[in-house]
Every structure is written in structure tokens, then in C-alpha cells.
Design a protein around this ligand. Structure first.
Ligand code: PGA
Length: 255
């Protein structure tokens, strides 16, 4: 595991985009695992810049980590009112590049049969040759994707109930400003499992800001535990990069 500490969010985002960009350049038909949330937005902005400078995404395949159960991309709604992760990816990255729609995979939050869908998603990842590089954030409760505390470190793609902390975090970050009440936000999600994530060929985990400092320290240097599912990064034995800003790295030496 290589830990890269940057002076601020912009530098962190550039560093991550550079690594993703190198992969796309060296392997134009690579498979990227992508993440949503506030953290990767800067990385996506930098990737869009690389696209505008000539980086070609036309053969890249993508698989997103998760999606809320019960909602899906609805372009008839404003972005603010469409809280699906499929819409997030469309607005923050896909529509600004030449990634082909048929190469993009976000779990289907509107599926009638979540169990069958989750198996299909696992199979689709395998059929694509596996994820070359998985981008990840880390939740306030230490989750990777929606693998909430208590999730098995060998878990596969499945439906997961969101914790109160995740509901609070999501409400503050994405729903409050849209005037959506906390009771109305989705309480379940489809998520790749930790076991699924650990099969990627390489990982980048991003975190920024003081509020992530303690959980980053726990994940990287604390016990490997289902209480902090991102601690599974310590089990990952291929290339992994933890790309942080100074604040998120500030508790690392104190563990
Ligand atoms: P955030 O979420 O990027 O909005 O902080 C991170 C996560 O939940 O993985």
C-alpha cells in the first residue's frame, strides 16, 4: 500500500486522475470501478480535463460500486431532484467524455429482482475480465461503498440497509439543500461486496478533510475489522494507493 499525502483537495484529485489517466492510456479497454460521493468529484473534473486534452475513453468499461434501491436515473428531473448515483455519474463524468453508454454499469436501483440483479452484476464484472482499478472513498463510519459496519469482508454484491450515520451524512451532503426530508431518503442500497472489491487488480482510496482523519487512521493502521470495512485495504496484496490531503492524513502517525 502506498500512501500519498497531498497539500490540498485539488492536488489529491489531480494525483488520482493522473493514475487513472495513465491506466486508460496504457490499456485503452481497461475496466474502471467508480465511486460516488463528494470525495471523487474533483478527480472526475481532472479526468474530464484529461479527456479534453485527448485521453480516449471510448473503449473503457466502468462498474460503479453502488446505487440506492428504489431509484434510478431520471433525466426528466433536475439533477438536484434526481438523487440516483447513475445520475451523479452522468452529470459528474460520463456526459463530459466519450465513454459509451453501453460500457457503463451502475447497479440498477429499480430492479424488480435485486437478488438476481446482484448475481448478474457479479457475472458482468467477471465477464468484462475483472476490474483493473477500483476507485473508492471512505464513509464516516468507515464503509467502502455501502458495506456498512458488520458487513463480512468476503461479502459479494447484495442489498444492504444503510446505517443512521450514513443516512445523516447523505442527507447533509445531498438531500437537505434539495428540500427532501430525511424520512424520504432511500434506506437501502445495492452495493458491491468487500470480497468483490478485493478482487480488483488495483485500488485507489481517496479521503480529504479533517472529518475523515480518524476513520482513515483506523482503516489503515487499526485492526482489520468488519466494524470498519475499509480496513480490508490491509488485506489487499496488489497495487493500492491511498491518496489523501493533509487533513485526512493528520491522525495517521498517532494510531
Ligand atoms: P463522501 O462519501 O465522498 O461523500 O464523503 C464517501 C463514501 O461514503 O464512500
Amino acid at each position: 500500500m502506498e500512501i500519498i499525502i497531498n497539500k490540498n483537495y485539488l492536488e489529491m484529485s489531480k494525483c488520482a486522475a493522473q493514475k487513472i489517466g495513465e491506466l486508460v492510456k496504457n490499456k485503452p479497454d481497461c475496466v474502471l470501478g467508480l465511486a460516488t460521493g463528494g470525495t471523487p468529484i474533483g478527480t472526475y473534473r481532472e479526468l474530464i480535463k484529461l479527456y479534453n486534452q485527448g485521453l480516449d475513453f471510448s473503449n473503457v468499461k466502468t462498474f460503479n460500486l453502488d446505487e440506492y434501491l428504489g431509484i434510478g436515473k431520471d433525466l426528466s428531473k433536475s439533477y438536484e431532484m434526481d438523487q440516483s448515483y447513475a445520475r451523479f455519474m452522468h452529470e459528474e463524468l460520463f456526459k463530459h467524455t466519450n465513454i459509451k453508454e453501453e460500457n457503463v454499469h451502475v447497479p440498477d436501483g429499480l430492479t424488480k429482482n435485486p437478488e438476481e440483479f446482484c448475481q448478474w452484476y457479479e457475472d458482468a464484472i467477471k465477464k468484462s475480465g475483472g476490474i483493473d482499478l477500483q476507485l473508492l472513498g471512505i464513509g464516516g463510519d468507515g464503509h467502502w461503498a455501502f458495506n456498512e459496519p458488520g458487513s463480512s469482508l468476503s461479502s459479494r454484491t447484495r442489498v444492504e440497509k444503510l446505517t443512521e450515520q450514513t443516512l445523516d451524512d447523505n442527507y447533509e451532503a445531498f438531500y437537505k439543500n434539495a428540500g427532501i426530508s430525511r424520512d424520504d431518503i432511500p434506506h437501502y442500497a445495492i452495493t458491491m461486496g468487500i470480497g468483490t472489491i478485493l478482487e480488483a487488480k488495483s485500488l485507489i482510496m481517496l479521503a480529504n478533510g479533517q472529518k475523515k482523519a480518524e476513520i482513515v487512521a483506523k482503516a489503515l493502521a487499526g485492526n482489520i475489522t468488519t466494524d470498519v470495512t475499509a480496513s480490508a485495504i490491509q488485506l489487499f496484496n496488489r497495487d493500492s494507493y491511498v491518496i489523501l490531503d493533509k487533513e485526512a492524513a493528520s491522525r495517521l502517525s498517532k494510531v
